[in-house]
Design a protein around this ligand. Sequence first.
Ligand SMILES: Nc1ncnc2c1ncn2[C@@H]1O[C@H](COP(=O)(O)OP(=O)(O)O)[C@@H](O)[C@H]1O
Ligand SMILES: [Mg+2]
Length: 464
Amino acid sequence: MKAKTRSLSTQLVLSLGIVLSVFTIAQAISSYDLARVGVNAVLDSRLSNVAQRVRDLFEDAIPRRSAGSSNADDLAVLVWEPDHERPARTTDSAVVFNRDAAPGFSDQIVNREAWRVYTMVAPDNDVIQVAQRTSVRQRMAEESAVRGLLPVFVLIPAVWLAVFVCVRRSFRVLNRLGLQARAIDPAHLVPLSARDLPVELMPFVCSINRMIQRLGESMRLERDFISDAAHELRTPLTALKLHADNLEGDIAHSNKERFQALRQTIDRSSLLVVQLLQLARADSQLVEIPTDAVEVTQVVTSVVADLLPIARVKGIDIGADELAPARVCATESDLRAVVKNLVDNALRYTPEGGSIDLSVFTVHDCVRIEVADTGPGIPEEALPRVFDRFFRVNHGIEGSGLGLSIVRAIVLRHGGTISLSNRRGGQPGLRAVVTFPLVGREPLGQSGSDACAGHAAYVHASRA
Ligand SMILES: Nc1ncnc2c1ncn2[C@@H]1O[C@H](COP(=O)(O)OP(=O)(O)O)[C@@H](O)[C@H]1O
Ligand SMILES: [Mg+2]
């Protein structure tokens, strides 16, 4: 089952957004209730104010006989004189409240309608009642409370946006570290930068940097060992070769074949030692990248010329599709080692009658060197391992398993990239693509290699 990838920033945005939204909604609900209670209190005080005004100033202004029912939103004012069954004055003859209600506020049902009534007894024992329909009051309270809610609808999206922006800003430093960590490989064991780092991340970055340091140290020891061992082996092997050369004349005819096998073994061992030394040199951080440029096409044509006799013997058609002029900062021997190993592999693993296409072109800031053959290719599951030292797929054909390790070490040390892929579209074969930064350009970062890879897909599709 595929492990679920959890994003810390998404989790933070979600949890903070939800918590803040819940608080905002709770706050909105409580202010909604407060607004309703507040409006009811204001309306109550309005009823009692009107009652006082009527008692003190305007009792005579209330008509003795109202023409009919007042407007639904209006207050109804009733004045009762002592010992009378009907109100002496009223603004709404359609309603009659309970005159015996206790002084103060009461809720009464009149004509199947709820009313809020304020009852006051005047000094002359007249009873003054001021009332308002409960439905009108509720509508006013509701309208006022809902007006108070409107800002919340703006506030909640604003809260989410603010949380999102803040979390993104805080995570920028992690993204930066991620990019730095991605650029670390055996050829670039650079410690992570601790500049502008939050204290919480310091222990983590320090541990990673210590680990990078230890890794670099152990890789250096391993390289030194390989280089020393290869050096030590070179002298006895050269002596062995000399002895064999001297002996050649004295070997009886019947032993010639076995003697040739012995010489071949010595040659293979010498080649292995040379490759080990090449690998140690290519891996070494101490070897400076030259500032002088070398012309790629020249190196490619010279390698092809060197290997042409082998191609002829195997009946392999070797040719160049496109050789664009391009210069890279590298020594000729390094560039030659890269091209030679790739073409040598293509020749070695492509069966008789096959073909090898080479091309050199520039894309964006890099030079692409492609070697495509019509051999068997490499099984997909073995592709990630072919750059490992001594890793070989086809044991039936002679080799050391060091060629691609040397190529990769040289390419990475020069800030380039390498990729191997099987050709598609029914055509068997392997396509090796190497990129180097063009003279005067930065080493190929992620974007640079992506840009080059994009072009590779196009070239691949157009030819396959
Ligand atoms: N062009 C190619 N076609 C098929 N297989 C290849 C090709 N290039 C490399 N390989 C496979 O990758 C392995 C590793 O290659 P390399 O490192 O050059 O070692 P070597 O060639 O000495 O075996 C080879 O053993 C071979 O199986
Ligand atoms: Mg090889």
